[in-house]
Design a protein around this ligand. Structure first.
Ligand code: AMP
Ligand code: MG
Length: 297
């Protein structure tokens, strides 16, 4: 499928899967409630889980939010396009279905040439969750999307995603920041730019079980904790004798970029378990530990 064809489908109220640097998105015109409804139906996503609206520019972001604080400008200047979503008060033109009825909307400018080109060509903001069935593993290749949806969803193939896990989500209010979901843009770096931090309030749409493979997932401190040798062991410091072993790099950016593809592969092998060697308890690994703890819940 070409970008022009994908953009036409979006403009006509259809759904397409498209690449971003985080994961593949299942996109629809964010200003068309009927189109967005199809996204929820295809995914089996509960209506209580808001979508992120993808834009090609700060100008387009300002069309979906009703407030654009100077802090948003400072953060966007440094990190957009990139894996950072802002939650801000929404414009009335954004349908309730996009925000799960919340008065706020999540917005981000993705850092992928095809994704950006698609939004530009469609000329409308694109609401998109990850292109997988609800609670399933997020897709980091076009093949992952096809495996989940078959012919039901056309896919714009942009190769493997470079970041590999979902964006950092922050709410910006009263000049302060609140982390709603960790990601590969680390909160302390955002706080340094903000210099102030808001008080905590609960984050909607954070389902505990999420990002899950079908195979039971364990986290172990090392080979000694493996139940037996019949499963798959994903390690970074110490290998083991197992049916399948898989080494991931001990670098958070590289680890994130390969995590879901590794889990997709191992999930397809029909093994009794997948065990991950646990990760350093440092801030740079927070987003990855968040996804793993939800995948095993
Ligand atoms: P995803 O499941 O990757 O599409 O990301 C959607 C996530 O963005 C949700 O699970 C929320 O954590 C966050 N999000 C999106 N919109 C909002 C909003 N209006 N308020 C709070 N969180 C939001
Ligand atoms: Mg998702």
């Amino acid at each position: 499928m070409t970008i022009k064809e994908a953009a036409r489908i979006i403009r006509e109220g259809g759904v397409v899967a498209f690449p971003t640097e985080t994961v593949y998105g299942l996109g629809a015109n964010a200003l068309d409630a009927e189109a967005v409804k199809k996204v929820y139906e295809l995914k089996g996503r509960p209506a209580t889980s808001p979508l992120i609206v993808h834009v090609d520019s700060i100008e387009m972001a300002q069309q979906v939010v009703s407030e654009w604080p100077s802090l948003a400008s400072r953060l966007a200047e440094r990190w957009w396009p990139g894996p950072l979503s802002f939650v801000l008060p929404k414009q009335p033109s954004v349908p309730d279905i996009v925000t799960a009825g919340l008065p706020t909307v999540g917005v981000r400018m993705p850092n992928h040439p095809l994704g950006l080109e698609l939004i530009r060509e469609a000329g409308v903001p694109i609401a998109a969750p990850s292109a997988n069935k609800f609670t399933g593993l997020s897709p980091t290749t076009a093949e992952h999307v096809r495996a989940a949806f078959g012919d039901a969803v056309p896919v714009l193939d942009g190769g493997p995603c470079q970041v590999g896990i979902e964006s950092t989500v922050i709410s910006i209010a009263d000049g302060g920041l609140l982390l709603l979901r960790p990601g590969m843009i680390h909160f302390p770096d955002l706080e340094r730019v903000a210099a102030t931090t808001g008080a905590a309030h609960p984050a909607p749409g954070m389902h505990h079980r999420h990002y899950s493979p079908r195979t039971p997932l364990l986290v172990v401190s090392g080979p000694a904790e493996l139940p037996d040798d019949s499963g798959a062991y994903v390690w970074h410091t110490q290998s083991a004798d197992c049916e399948r072993v898989y080494q991931l790099p001990l670098d958070p950016d590289q680890y994130a970029a390969r995590l879901y593809a590794t889990l997709h592969d191992l999930d397809g092998a029909g093994l009794p378990w997948i065990a991950l060697e646990d990760l350093p308890a440092t801030a740079k690994w927070d987003a990855i530990r968040d996804r793993i703890s939800r995948a095993k819940a």
